[in-house]
Write a protein that binds this ligand. Structure first.
Ligand SMILES: [Fe+2]
Ligand SMILES: [Fe+2]
Length: 168
């Protein structure tokens, strides 16, 4: 049985994962509007992945006999100055998500809720991967720079990552 506090924190995380999905879906739309098709596909894929994270927590709560409650979601930002800003914000957002997962793990530990503590380890590992992925992409974008054809090269580079996670 999950404690009231644990249920409330897991519900919050459902909101975080849902919001992450919406952020990336909106980023995908922005990329598409800029003709950055591969970047759009990359974010579209990532939006789907965040939904699977949401479902994971949702399913876990149901399995433990608690009712997940979906809260209000904020509107994601829909305008960016550059593709650099998009990836910068995505990376910052992943770091924020890591902090919410860490917080959740701390609550499970404090409450001696070892089942949830154990369940959350998957998310701990996932966040290591997510931060590494976005950090790597950002490094490449910085390397490519902002010269004349940089947008083309950035989109080409991101294209190599599309579908990569599904295969992993
Ligand atoms: Fe996530
Ligand atoms: Fe993520």
């Amino acid at each position: 049985m999950l404690s009231e506090k644990m249920v409330s924190k897991l519900n919050d995380q459902i909101g975080v994962e849902f919001f992450s999905s919406n952020i990336y879906l909106q980023m995908s739309a922005w990329c598409d509007s800029q003709g950055l098709e591969n970047c759009a596909s990359f974010f579209r894929e990532h939006a789907t992945e965040e939904m699977t994270h949401m479902h994971k927590i949702f399913d876990y709560m149901c399995e433990k006999g608690a009712m997940p409650v979906i809260g209000e979601l904020a509107k994601p930002k829909d305008n960016y100055a550059t593709i650099h800003d998009v990836f910068e914000e995505a990376y910052e957002h992943e770091k924020f998500v890591t902090s919410t997962i860490n917080d959740l793990v701390s609550v499970a530990y404090e409450e001696k809720d070892w089942a949830t503590f154990n369940y959350l380890q998957w998310f701990v590992a996932e966040q290591v991967e997510e931060e590494a992925l976005f950090g790597k992409v950002l490094d490449k974008i910085k390397l490519i720079g902002t010269g004349g054809e940089s947008l083309y090269f950035i989109d080409q580079e991101i294209g190599t990552l599309v579908g990569a996670e599904a295969e992993a």
